[in-house]
Design a protein. Structure first.
Length: 157
């Protein structure tokens, strides 16, 4: 079983949101936005936001987050919006089961004892938003949370 980062072939750091959006438009996905703190020789501290981006291996099962491609008419997507950040590979790594109708898939978000599935811990904010009744789109799927089931449906083009 590959780790989520095993699919990354290239890493880049972007020091501005414009530079990050440019990378996102060329096939990279946002891995993390972090505050980078530095202290100069005189002891003065400064900080700035650094965007860490990765390019995924091309494979037929790979779905990238909406932020990995430009928005309508090629406009960059604002990666600083309030949508929860979730690594699509966390969702892809789940054991999805197809509905008999063929329209969508489901997986559990809890174990048999009712405890949360540990693999979904990095997606906690995403699951909380879904639990509040929101439907969220990641990659080519719209996700819903109903009780102990995480459901996903293909987004029509």
């Amino acid at each position: 079983m590959d780790t989520p980062y095993a699919r990354i072939t290239e890493i880049r750091e972007a020091s501005t949101s414009a530079e990050a959006n440019e990378c996102l438009g060329s096939g990279f996905v946002l891995i993390k936005a972090v505050e980078k703190r530095e202290t100069d020789a005189l002891g003065r501290q400064s900080s700035n936001i650094v965007y860490v981006l990765g390019k995924l291996k091309a494979n037929g099962n790979s779905h990238t987050a909406p932020s990995s491609s430009p928005g309508p008419a090629g406009e960059p997507i604002n990666i600083l919006d309030d949508s929860p950040q979730v690594d699509p590979s966390i969702l892809e790594g789940r054991p999805w089961k197809s509905y008999a109708s063929g329209e969508g898939e489901w997986t559990f978000v809890v174990n048999q004892d009712g405890s949360p599935v540990a693999e979904l811990e990095p997606a906690k904010e995403f699951l909380e938003r879904l639990g509040n009744g929101e439907d969220l789109v990641v990659g080519g799927y719209k996700y819903r949370l109903r009780g102990k089931f995480l459901k996903r449906y293909p987004v029509s083009a």
